[in-house]
Design a protein around this ligand. Structure first.
Ligand SMILES: C[S@@+](CC[C@H](N)C(=O)[O-])C[C@H]1O[C@@H](n2cnc3c(N)ncnc32)[C@H](O)[C@@H]1O
Ligand SMILES: [Zn+2]
Length: 278
């Protein structure tokens, strides 16, 4: 697909789902203008890039997430180590027709989850990091990709049957505004053994070897109704060549000094999947 037609294809997908959008400045409804911009009735205008995503940031944003980090995340996610988690999310949102992935990064989780969904559903990924959305739109043109800030989200009230929030910061007030009446939010948070083989080697003598998600779970329970928490723990083989990508994909300041000596052939995924409703 050429550059021009990718913009046109993105614009067409946005046009088809235009009711999901609202201006992040004045909250008015939006239209696609000449396949190149989203424009609201007060004439606030947001460009659709030639790669087919729309940039709806209303302010400059400095991201600590680089192009390299997103490429590493894609390589690691593509290897399938999160398949069990993605399948579980797919089951949880099986009936959703509109899905928003908040802090979607380079989009692989959303794309893989939407592949398993039946029927007429659309996924939108939003992330404040342009490099993430650029990669997402390059690889996954079947979904809508949007650079934007969750604190000023460009979507209309009661629009989404499912809101995903995978290993990313959340904005619960905004999630509640955006959920449909029967919609659910699905949040994935690390549990104590998440990537434990990596942390054990990086932090041989440190208390940082494990961490707790207790406060996050407690806040989620305060914020939503009918909350369920399911822990998913498994260990999968890891190809040696993915170790540098696994190290690169985390921006959490994990020490990298002994990187050369790290030997991993398996990795543990240990997460809580929180589901809540309004
Ligand atoms: C650890 S990454 C996780 C990305 C992806 N969900 C994954 O699991 O690969 C967290 C993401 O949240 C995004 N993010 C942080 N604050 C945000 C905000 N206010 N609005 C939108 N995205 C945000 C970051 O840019 C980053 O891509
Ligand atoms: Zn506006």
């Amino acid at each position: 697909m050429g550059a021009l037609s990718k913009r046109a294809a993105g614009a067409a997908l946005m046009d088809k789902n235009i009711k999901l959008f609202a201006c992040p400045i004045c909250q008015e409804s939006m239209d696609v203008f000449e396949q190149g911009r989203l424009v609201c009735s007060s004439n606030h205008s947001f460009d659709i890039a030639k790669q087919g995503y729309v940039n709806m940031l209303t302010h400059g944003a400095v991201s600590k997430y680089s192009k390299d980090l997103f490429e590493s995340r894609k390589a690691v996610i593509d290897s399938g180590i999160y398949d069990v988690v993605e399948d579980k999310i797919g089951e949880l949102i099986a009936n959703a027709e509109t899905v928003l992935d908040t802090g979607c990064g380079e989009g692989s989780h959303l794309a893989r989850i939407m592949e398993g969904q039946k029927g007429n559903c659309i996924g939108i990924g939003i992330d404040i990091a342009k490099e993430g959305i650029l990669a997402a739109s390059r690889h996954y043109p079947e979904q809508i990709w949007c650079v934007g800030d969750l604190a000023k989200s460009p979507f209309a009230r009661s629009s989404f049957d499912a809101i995903l929030n995978i290993l990313s910061p959340a904005n619960y007030e905004e999630f509640k505004r955006l959920l449909t009446h029967n919609g659910c939010v699905v949040k994935v948070v690390p549990q104590s053994r998440y990537l434990q083989e990596l942390r054990a080697q990086l932090y041989a003598d440190s208390t940082k070897e494990s961490y707790s998600n207790e406060q996050i779970v407690a806040r989620f329970k305060e914020s939503f109704a009918d909350v369920s928490v399911e822990r998913i723990t498994y260990t999968v083989p890891l190809a040696t060549e993915l170790v540098p990508a696994l190290l690169e994909m985390t921006p959490m300041g994990w020490h990298k000094k002994e990187e050369a000596n790290i030997e991993l052939n398996e990795i543990t995924i240990d997460v809580d999947i929180l589901v809540g409703r309004v």
